[in-house]
Design a binder for this molecule. Structure first.
Ligand code: GDP
Length: 193
């Protein structure tokens, strides 16, 4: 299938979790507009919908996705825009997460510094064995790039994070990102059982 576990095409990527075991939770977080919803849509449905604004009206969204091995992964999307002042409440959103994917937009240095803020918060208050990935999205917008790829690599390396640049628009590296994330969830599950 190429993907870790593989999304069950019959499920349409969506729920009906009755007979399924929950494999773990994967939370995507980052500033508004960095592409969190598009990344999940690209992976789960194989689509890019530039008009989709899944996150409108909700700063937190949760979708359970069935994998081919009859387990599920709960994808959660958390829009951290403006949440810095409520940082004390933030662990409510990521405490259960086995994998945290921190997303920024390579055309937005501000989104990169916000990503770093949330990495620090996750290190302080997240589960001690949380797996973290740093994702520079919108890699198709090379001509508008303002965050050098090396800055992402260096920051991730210093913080023991997996790093990848993605494009939800062209689908570049989206599967690779989740292959790693889901593989980590598998490993964590194996440790538990
Ligand atoms: P979210 O607020 O982080 O969930 O961001 P969205 O997924 O809603 O995306 C915000 C905007 O960025 C939308 O207009 C998307 O079309 C656009 N976008 C998302 N991912 C990409 C990408 O990889 N490349 C480009 N060029 N645009 C993207």
């Amino acid at each position: 299938t190429g993907r870790a576990g593989g999304i069950n095409p019959d499920s349409g990527g969506v729920i009906d979790a009755k007979n399924l075991r929950v494999k773990g939770e994967l939370v995507l977080l980052g500033d508004s507009g960095v592409g969190k919803s598009c990344i999940v849509l690209r992976f789960v449905r194989g689509q890019f919908d530039p008009t989709s604004k899944v996150t409108v009206g909700a700063s937190f969204l949760s979708q359970t996705v069935a994998l081919q091995d009859s387990t599920t992964v709960k994808f959660e999307i958390w829009d951290t825009a403006g949440q810095e002042r409520y940082a004390a409440l933030a662990p409510l959103y990521y405490r259960g997460a086995a994998v945290a994917v921190v997303v920024y937009d390579i055309t937005s240095p501000e989104s990169f510094s916000k990503a770093q803020y949330w990495v620090k918060e996750l290190q302080k208050h997240g589960s001690p064995d949380i797996v973290m990935a740093l994702v520079g999205n919108k890699a198709d917008l090379q001509e508008k790039r303002e965050v050098p790829v090396q800055d992402g690599i260096d920051y991730a390396e210093k913080n023991g994070m997996f790093f990848i640049e993605t494009s939800a628009k062209t689908a570049d590296n989206i599967n690779q990102l989740f292959e790693v994330g889901l593989e980590k969830l598998n490993l964590i599950k194996r440790l538990w059982t």
